[in-house]
Design a protein around this ligand. Structure first.
Ligand SMILES: *[C@@H]1O[C@H](CO)[C@@H](O)[C@H](O)[C@H]1NC(C)=O
Ligand SMILES: *[C@@H]1O[C@H](CO)[C@@H](O)[C@H](O)[C@H]1NC(C)=O
Ligand SMILES: *[C@@H]1O[C@H](CO)[C@@H](O)[C@H](O)[C@H]1NC(C)=O
Length: 471
């Protein structure tokens, strides 16, 4: 009895929705006619350039408005099948190519900050991918809804043919789907498509204050000592979690990552992007036939923001050789409270990068047991390169993830609220690497021993980790 009733209700839904949509379209057209009549009344007679201009503007806006209305209707979810079970294999891979081999799905996220949508973080070919559809399956009756996606390729593509993209679909009103499939067509058999879990569906309370996102570990990464030092500095400064998008690293590094995973600090996101695309290790396109820049760093950063939107108060976006060092405060938490107080309505804080060349050493903290560990000992590098007149120092960020829509590496592309530059006397990014100004003599560099404030706890913590992993 109940089943029959359910089936009846479902079969009624289809024509009802179609009818509603037609009504919407008709209504839109009728409104346009009505507007046009009014328009004729005012614009038909007088011959003045001013009136003509006003009329043209009005007509254009009316057409644009009607177009936008029809566009929105075009993107509304439509029922295409009913009473099926929600099948299709659930995939847990971080990068899943679609059949077109031009679209790669990272992960869908529920986002109701503007309207009720599923936002899929992905990678697409910026020209070849023109149409995508989200297939939702509503439980418990198994109606299948298809929504046409808005494909928003991020503007920071740096000349590469593939870029990060938001694939955004309106969700059906009648249910909160837990999974979605993505397809190039609104037709076909959903059972054949992989299904992805829609993350961030449930409200969560913050479990951490600071999460650091390390966007791409690649090239058989083996800078073990510097990585452990960075990790311990992040923890001293207030990070409870570090997310590493891991492409490749050495066996020794695997051991260190395993230690941090067991400790509960590190979350590894496998990032086998070079299995699908030709990656460049440069950030901009060199006309060399590569597909995407810097191991897909931008896509990883965007995924990291959404992944941590509901569980972390702040997300820190920097590389493993960079540490945001506060100068006035003992840690990130006190620094961020002060910055937030001074900048209400801001969720994006930009910090200036400064190079501490690994070629200039000051052997005050030469810990003998560390000499057998591969990698740089940052405590020995406390001279930074001076600013150059013609060069603006790149920035890295601490953000409130709930205020960000799209991010690039050195700034956000779309956000709710403004960004603020954090002055040099509050914090700087300690970035220990090969020099950018390699011909500068030692005494042209600026001695800056801020890092040494942390020497004692840093040495103790690093020794503990080394003893349990490498030594
Ligand atoms: C993916 O994970 C889900 C839940 O953890 C599991 O039920 C499913 O079998 C997994 N799918 C694959 C292909 O491993
Ligand atoms: C650090 O000490 C070791 C011996 O313990 C020595 O071989 C090495 O040269 C020293 N490093 C520096 C930078 O002085
Ligand atoms: C190392 O840290 C200790 C304890 O915090 C501090 O007293 C000392 O001055 C630091 N050493 C240097 C060279 O900065």
């Amino acid at each position: 009895m109940w089943m029959a009733k359910g089936a009846f209700r479902v079969s009624q839904t289809v024509p009802a929705i179609r009818l509603k949509m037609q009504q919407h379209k008709l209504q839109g057209q009728r409104n346009l006619h009505l507007h046009l009549d009014t328009f004729k009344m005012f614009c038909g007679g007088k011959k003045s350039y001013f009136v003509a201009t006003v009329c043209i503007i009005t007509l254009t806006s009316m057409v644009a408005f009607s177009y936008l209305r029809l566009q929105r209707i075009d993107h509304l979810p439509k029922i295409i099948q009913e009473g099926r079970r929600c099948r299709g294999e659930i995939t847990n891979n971080t990068i899943t190519p679609l059949k077109d081999k031009r679209t790669f799905i990272i992960s869908p996220y529920f986002d109701d900050r503007e309207s009720k949508v599923t936002r899929v973080i992905g990678i697409v070919h910026h020209e070849d991918v023109k149409e995508l559809y989200c297939w939702f399956c509503c439980q418990p009756h198994g109606q299948i809804y298809v929504s046409k996606a808005k494909i928003d390729v991020h503007s920071d593509r740096f000349g590469f043919p593939y870029g990060a993209a938001d694939i955004v679909c309106l969700e059906p009103e009648i249910c909160d789907p837990t999974h979605v499939s993505i397809h190039q067509s609104p037709h076909g058999n959903i059972d054949q498509l992989p299904r992805f879990e829609i993350k961030n569906r449930k409200a969560e309370t913050f479990s951490v204050d600071f999460t650091v996102c390390i966007s791409a570990m690649f090239g058989n990464y083996n800078n073990v000592l510097q990585f452990i030092q960075s990790m311990e500095m992040y923890k001293i400064l207030g990070a409870q979690k570090v997310v590493v998008y891991k492409n490749s690293c050495s066996e020794l590094m695997e051991k260190v990552l395993k230690f941090y995973m067991e400790e509960g600090t590190v979350e590894i996101i496998p990032w086998p992007i070079n299995s699908y695309l030709k990656v460049s290790s440069k950030w901009h396109f060199m006309q060399d036939g590569t597909h995407i820049g810097y191991y897909g760093q931008i896509t990883a950063l965007n995924d990291c923001i959404y992944r941590n939107m509901r569980r972390s108060k702040f997300v820190v976006l920097n590389d493993a050789d960079e540490i945001i060092l506060p100068l006035k405060h003992p840690d990130w938490k006190t620094m961020m409270s002060s910055l937030q107080e001074q900048n209400p309505g801001t969720g994006i804080f930009l910090f200036e990068n400064h190079i501490f060349p690994e070629t200039i050493s000051t052997p005050v903290f030469n810990v003998s047991s560390w000499n057998t560990v591969p990698g740089v000992n940052i405590l020995q590098h406390v001279h930074r390169e001076p600013d150059r007149k013609e060069v603006i120092n790149p920035k890295k960020m601490i953000i409130d993830p709930r205020r960000v829509i799209q991010t690039s590496v050195h700034s956000v592309l779309r956000a709710y609220g403004t960004s603020v530059n954090v002055p040099m006397d509050v914090a700087l990014i300690y970035h220990c690497r090969v020099p950018l100004q390699e011909n500068l003599p030692r005494d042209s560099l600026i001695r800056d021993t801020t890092l040494w404030k942390y020497n004692s706890s840093l040495i103790t913590n690093v020794n503990k980790v080394l003893q349990q992993t490498v030594l």
